[in-house]
Design a protein around this ligand. Structure first.
Ligand code: ZN
Length: 351
């Protein structure tokens, strides 16, 4: 199979984001790489040269953030079951079937006054009926914000607070009962779907552009009742819109030519978001390509919305021009490295 699609077959365990994937973590030996990293951070010679404050910071970074990082990769499959809503966070905790609202509704989450508010904080009960009362930094604007609001209302239409306290339910086994066996099964079986695959973040593009793909995938635009506005040929799904649609594939071939890289072939959004990993590039150029692909998705999505909501026809050259200009702007304003000149950018040299 690997030979047919021109890939290299990897075997378990392999390393991804500094973590061993697919290794049996019950074996002490497999924790050695993690141990080594902690050990290296705590090296004596470094501590000697640090002030007391510096040492505290170091200990915090080692003892708090490293375990958080490693254990966050083995994401616990739990879901909040809302009772009185006083302990579950509205945006951050997963309590709806599609994960945290912050990922599914990124534009609204941006506008939330208190990001860690509890569900009960955003509910008013009048006449025995629970009603959501959101608190935004400013009124919603037409476009993505209103669009997300409509979806959010649809999602929460039958929501009611209850008398009992909030609960956390283990969703890692069929009967929702927590057991060591079900954790083991999950760790060895669900490598992809239960959180081991986390699309990497690209540092030089804004957060909104980074998270919007995750949010789109979680959001149900795959109703299949709308035709793709880019090509007008098939039903619109997230996968189609960004990969197989002929507008999208033309965008990717133009981007490939511009960046002087092999043609980007993607059969899924995941392929697309990982394609920079499969190109033989190093350092900055790799990160630049990673960002450009995301900006490409962002521009395709904007063109799709312009067409669907404002009846503006989709123009390939507009999408390409936007990728180049937005990319240039973000790279120069957000990247710490030396600035790239416009001509260099257009020829994709000196990255
Ligand atoms: Zn299409």
């Amino acid at each position: 199979m690997a030979a047919i699609i021109g890939c290299q077959a990897e075997v378990f365990p392999f390393r991804y984001l500094g973590l061993t994937v697919g290794a049996n973590m019950n074996r002490v030996a497999n924790w050695k790489p993690v141990y080594d990293i902690v050990d290296a951070r705590l090296a004596k010679r470094k501590a000697v040269m640090l002030s007391m404050g510096g040492r505290i910071t170091l200990i915090k970074s080692v003892l708090e953030s490293l375990p958080t990082y490693y254990f966050s990769l083995y994401k616990a499959p739990v879901q909040g079951e809302v009772g009185n809503g006083v302990s579950i966070q509205s945006w951050i905790d997963p309590w709806s079937s599609d994960g945290p609202l912050s990922l599914r509704f990124p534009a609204l989450f941006d506008l939330e006054m208190k990001k860690d508010c509890k569900i009960a904080d955003r509910i008013v009960i009048s006449g025995g009926i629970s009603r959501f009362s959101w608190q935004w930094k400013r009124p919603l604007e037409a476009g993505q914000e209103v669009d997300e609001m409509i979806d959010l209302c649809r999602l929460l239409i039958n929501f009611e607070l209850k008398e009992e306290v909030d609960k956390w339910v283990w969703t890692g086994s069929v009967d929702n009962l927590f057991s060591v066996g079900s954790v083991k099964e999950l760790l060895t079986k669900n490598i992809d779907s239960q959180g081991i695959y986390i699309p990497s973040r690209c540092r030089w593009i804004p957060r909104k552009c980074n998270v919007f793909m995750d949010a789109l995938k979680k959001r149900n635009i795959d109703r299949g009742d709308q035709t793709c506005v880019l090509c007008g040929e098939v039903d619109e799904t997230v996968e189609h819109l960004f990969t197989s649609c002929n507008i999208a594939s033309t965008v990717w071939s133009i981007v490939s030519m511009w960046c002087k890289i092999p043609m980007i072939w993607a059969f899924s959004v995941r392929d697309l978001l990982e394609s920079h990993e499969n190109i033989d590039l190093k350092g900055k150029k790799k990160q630049v390509i990673q960002g450009i692909i995301r900006i490409g998705c962002w521009s395709i999505w904007k063109a799709r919305n312009e067409s669907r909501f404002n009846n503006n026809p989709v123009k390939l050259e507009v999408i390409i021009r936007e990728i180049k200009s937005v990319g240039f702007l973000w790279l120069n304003s957000r990247s710490k490295d030396s600035a790239v000149k416009w001509e260099e950018w257009c020829n994709f040299v000196n990255m």
